[in-house]
Structures are given as C-alpha cells and as structure tokens.
Design a protein around this ligand. Structure first.
Ligand SMILES: N[C@@H](CCC(=O)N[C@@H](CS)C(=O)NCC(=O)O)C(=O)O
Length: 233
C-alpha cells in the first residue's frame, strides 16, 4: 500500500516535469571518466542536472549531500568554497561548477549535439516545474539518516524520470551512500549492458560490490539498504 502511494507520487513528480529525463537525446563526445555530482534528491536545481545527465546518457558518480550529512557537504565546501548544490566535477576537463543552468549548458555543449530541450533552458517554466515537482514528495530525499558508509561505491542502473528509481535514489541520498549511476534511459547504450548483467532491461537495478548483492525489485532494494547501512539505535 505505502509502496504504491510512493510509486504514484513519484510518477507525479516526473509528470510535473513532463517526464524530462526519460529518453536519450542526440549525443556528442563521450567522456572517458564518469562525471561527479554533489547533490541531493529533493533539490529542484539538482533535478535539472540529473535530467540533463539522463538525456545525454552520461554516467555519474553521485555524492549525496542530504541536509546534516556529515561527509559530502563538507567535501563540497572544501572543493568549491560553499555548500551549495548541485556542484559538478568533470575530471575529463577539469571543470568544476555551481549553478544548475550553467551546469546544464556546459553538459550539452560538451557532451550533446544540440541545445538543451526547451524545458531545460534557463527560464521560469524550468524553475517553477522543478520546484512544483517537490510538492508530491515533500521532504523525501532531503535529510540525513545516520548510516554506516560503504567502502566501495554502489552501482545503480536507472534514469531520472523512472518513478521506481527515484524511490531508490531518495534512500541512497538520505543514507549518504555514494554510487555510480549507470544512466539507462530509453535509447541508452547502457540498456544492453544491463540486460547482460541482470538478464532483464528493467530498472532500478542495484549492485553492491561490498556484499556481492544485486537486486532489481524496488521493495527489496529499499529493505536491503536499510538493513545493510542504516545505523541502529
Ligand atoms: N541558483 C542555484 C541555486 C542552488 C540552490 O539554492 N541550492 C540549494 C538546494 S535546493 C542549496 O544548495 N541550499 C543550501 C543547502 O542545502 O544547504 C542553482 O541553480 O544551482
């Protein structure tokens, strides 16, 4: 019951953004190394950048920065000078950048073949729908919950507009668990990799090299993350 409500409200988040980030667009150069993104799930400005990453089919190391998170918030401040999100690091070019619109413009210029789609261009419709999307899941993916950090990055196959993937990202964010997002929107080359590794092309698919566990059902993934990483007491 709660899971169904979660999936329904998550689908409404995506609908409020016209399902931006559900399919791959026209691609340009491919990076050699994954990008890095300091962000948190409930941040509307971070949402715009995550959508761009899905459209551009770019893998990214997500370094979650929930409010009160002890680890990556201070890392952002040390790297960039302030705790403001999103913050993008591109190890391929040395670019490190704040400001969602500037990050989206950079990503399309460097890794796309066209301008950003109209919704993702600077403007009130972009900002207002990004903010309004949050109303469906207030506070979800915003606040740190005490957790034991993993030694290796987890790996999540998914894409921005997937309702089920959002529930998993929210939990990864609140537990401040860093992961490589293997971006797999409609039309992504990563779907073939996913089919080979999981035997199906459905997302989310979570791989945890710390425990050798791989899971594809959202309920099982959420339960696994809580049981494995959430601090007790
Ligand atoms: N103009 C900036 C706004 C970024 C922004 O205000 N981000 C908020 C989160 S939604 C933030 O970093 N707040 C400080 C905090 O969470 O501690 C952008 O478009 O990236």
């Amino acid at each position: 019951m709660w899971r169904s409500i979660g999936l329904a409200t998550s689908a409404l988040v995506s609908l409020t953004r016209f399902r931006s980030g559900s399919a791959v667009g026209r691609l340009g150069a491919r990076p050699e190394h994954p990008l890095q993104l300091y962000e948190f799930e409930a941040c509307p400005f971070c949402r715009k950048v995550r959508e761009a990453l899905s459209i551009l089919d770019l893998d990214v190391i997500v370094l979650p920065c929930p409010k009160n998170g002890p680890r990556y918030r201070s890392e952002t401040e040390i790297r960039g000078g302030k705790a403001q999100f999103p913050y993008l690091v591109d190890p391929n070019t040395g670019v490190e950048r704040y400001e969602s619109d500037a990050i989206v413009a950079y990503l399309f210029e460097r890794y796309g073949a066209t301008r950003p789609p109209p919704l993702l261009r600077r403007g009130p419709l972009n900002d207002l729908t990004a903010l309004a999307a949050n109303l469906w899941r207030p506070g979800r993916g915003a606040f740190y919950q005490s957790a034991n950090p993993p030694s290796q990055l987890l790996e999540l196959f998914g894409y921005e507009a997937s309702a089920a993937c959002r529930l998993v990202r929210e939990r990864l964010c609140c537990l401040e668990l860093p992961y490589t997002l293997r971006t797999a929107a409609l039309g992504s080359a990563t779907r073939a990799v996913l089919a080979e590794r999981s035997g199906a092309s459905s997302v989310p698919y979570l791989v945890d090299p710390n425990t050798d566990v791989a899971l594809s059902r959202v309920g099982e993934i959420l339960h696994y993350l809580d049981e494995t990483y959430r601090a007790r007491g």
